[in-house]
Write a protein that binds this ligand. Structure first.
Ligand code: CO
Length: 490
């Protein structure tokens, strides 16, 4: 890469770009290169999803979100750890592999080769199944928000097919990549969006047996770009980003769908609150763009608190430009804000609580929808603008203190997950687990941090035999999954 990086940067662009190489090999092996010691009480399976392949036969996708979904599973048995990865074999993925070329337009940036004529009126996109992976009931679901989930074998990661929940979900129907698990019931609360000039929001509930037991639909005015939401015992809460979608350049093949999204700085962010009866309450706040929320809770009967990661503008990429050339100085940073929603007076107040660019927030799973003290997220290593995420940061919402574990200059983080210690009592008694790309060794590590001492040396660092391209989201289950044949497989 030829773009210069200022001297004070915590990374080099060449290092950062290495983590975007495709991983075409599917592996399955016991991890034998471990620094530190695996916690004996860390038992279960960590599933991760992300774009594993950033090109088809050398022809690159121009946005990483267009990469093909590859699910990794790291199984912790208490004394050993096993790694495996497999691609989600959607029909579109199989067709492109067979053809050896890009057949579908990417949502975010990738046009089919052939320019305007090849893309005009071609509105088909493929289900990338690349954004998240959750285990619910007996189902392992690879999620991509614009279409239906794909069901995988939790043991082998083999693709079983599109998940329609016994026909309850229409084929291709939108199902978010960010469901939230209700800690009281174990139900997965989810949604789907059909965007348009007026948009449809579907609200779903998948019970702990993996059945889609509730589905309602709601019409809301305006174009909806809803990547995430938050739940409380009584509400499902969306922040409708004040963006508009100019479909014409997309229809005419000039731009990708992702780059037709524009934030209107004069419009307000609409906060949509659905109560348990499905009634919609609306509030407004200043415009900002949100991909991810931290959490929400009910402070009292008329006051809701929502914490979110906010960009001052939509972090778009120029269509046709390689994402590896992104000028980070021009990408707006994202900070954590706490919104207090006064339902009685229809007023919203907003407070900045973490001013360092960040993404991928998480809390203790039992605190979803309830007041939390600790937030874990990925942040930049230093500075106040934007850069690749290189640190894991813990925010103490009571004291306001923050603590970070930086992997700069040559390590790049992915989403951290908090895993509670079994029988642990304190909210931060457990581990923060993440996957680091280590450019110095061109490989990825699974890193286990002590959540009460984030800045300390990791409890354990598991060196993989290869890299994993930068991932998106994942989840942990205490179930120990794996292929029974794997003992013979090193
Ligand atoms: Co996301």
């Amino acid at each position: 890469m030829t773009v210069a990086v200022p001297n004070q940067a915590s990374y080099t662009r060449a290092d950062w770009c290495m983590g975007y190489e495709s991983l075409k090999t599917e592996h399955s092996y016991w991890i034998d290169d471990i620094d530190g010691r695996l916690p004996p009480d860390l038992v279960g399976t960590l599933f991760r999803n992300g774009p594993g392949q950033l090109d088809v036969n050398g022809c690159p996708y121009s946005h990483p979100f267009d990469g093909d979904g590859m699910v990794s599973a790291i199984t912790f048995t208490g004394d050993r750890a096993h790694f495996q990865n497999r691609y989600v074999r959607t029909p579109e993925f199989e067709a492109e592999q067979k053809a050896g070329r890009i057949l579908y337009r990417g949502v975010f940036g990738t046009p089919k080769p052939g320019g305007w004529l090849a893309n005009v009126f071609d509105l088909r996109t493929k289900n990338l199944a690349n954004t998240n992976v959750v285990y619910q009931g007996d189902k392992l679901l690879a999620l991509w928000e614009a279409s239906a989930p794909y069901s995988l074998s939790p043991d082998t990661l083999a693709t079983l097919g599109e998940e329609t929940f016994d026909g309850a979900l229409a084929s291709g129907q939108s199902f978010t990549a960010h469901p939230r698990r209700d800690p009281e019931t174990g139900d997965l609360i989810a949604f789907g969006v059909k965007p348009g000039l007026s948009s449809t929001i579907y609200l779903y509930r998948v019970d702990d047996r993996g059945q889609l037991v509730e589905q309602t639909s709601h019409q809301v005015p305006g174009f909806c770009f809803l990547h995430d939401f938050v739940i409380t015992p009584n509400y499902r809460i969306f922040f409708q980003n004040p963006v508009s979608f100019n479909a014409l350049p997309f229809v005419f093949g000039l731009k990708s769908a992702g780059s037709c999204v524009v934030l209107d700085p004069k419009a307000k962010t609409q906060i949509l609150l659905f109560d348990r009866q499905g009634n919609l309450h609306r509030l407004e706040t200043d415009p900002c763009f949100i991909f991810h929320h931290v959490n929400a809770y009910e402070a009292d009967a008329n006051t809701l608190v929502v914490e979110s990661i906010c960009y001052e503008d939509y972090p778009s990429l120029e269509s046709g430009r390689d994402f590896r050339d992104v000028n980070f100085a021009k990408v707006p940073p994202a900070f954590v804000y706490r919104f207090t929603l006064d339902l009685k007076r229809d007023r919203v107040s907003k407070k900045l609580i973490f001013e360092r660019s960040c993404e991928f927030p998480t809390v203790h799973p039992d605190k979803v929808g309830h007041e939390h003290r600790y937030t874990y997220l990925g942040s930049i290593a230093s500075g106040d603008r934007n850069a690749p995420l290189q640190a894991i940061t813990k925010i103490d919402g009571v004291s306001g203190e923050t603590e970070s574990h930086s992997f700069a200059p040559r390590g790049f983080i992915s989403e951290p997950l908090f895993i509670p210690r079994p029988e642990g009592r304190a909210e931060d008694d457990g581990w923060v687990v993440t996957v680091i790309f280590d450019a110095a060794h061109n490989r990825s590590d699974v890193v286990i941090l002590d959540a009460q001492n984030i800045a300390d040396a990791p409890v354990a660092t598991l060196h993989l035999k290869h890299h994993i391209p930068y991932g998106l989201h994942g989840s942990f289950t205490t179930e120990v999954f794996g292929d029974r044949q794997r003992d013979s497989d090193t």
